[in-house]
Design a protein. Structure first.
Length: 93
C-alpha cells in the first residue's frame, strides 16, 4: 500500500483515519485495549503527526501491540500495512 511520491521521494501511505475506518469496519468488537488507539488513529493523517502528548508512531505501535486477538485476512492485511508505515518511519515492530 505504500507508494513513493515521485516529486519528493518520500513514502506516501493511506491516511491513518482511513485505515482506522477500515479497522472498525472489519473488527466489530475490538479488544478493549485497542479501542483508544483506534480512536486516536481516527484523528491522524500521518505517523509524523502528534496525538495529544503521543506521537503518531507510538499510537500505531500501541495499536499493533493491542491487536493480537484480531485475526483473519483483513486483519493480516491492515496490520501488515501499519507495520510497513512504521518501517518507513524508521520504527520497527
Amino acid at each position: 500500500m505504500t507508494q513513493t511520491s515521485p516529486a519528493e521521494g518520500a513514502p506516501v501511505h493511506r491516511p491513518l483515519y482511513i485505515i482506522a475506518a477500515d479497522i472498525r469496519a472489519n473488527w466489530p468488537k475490538p479488544y478493549f485495549g485497542a479501542v483508544p488507539y483506534i480512536f486516536a488513529l481516527r484523528h491522524l493523517n500521518q505517523v509524523s503527526e502528534p496525538y495529544g502528548l503521543d506521537s503518531g508512531v507510538s499510537v500505531v505501535a500501541y495499536f499493533l501491540a493491542n491487536a493480537a486477538t484480531w485475526r483473519g485476512s483483513e486483519a493480516r492485511r491492515i496490520k501488515s500495512e501499519l507495520r510497513e508505515i512504521l518501517k518507513g518511519a524508521n520504527y520497527v515492530i
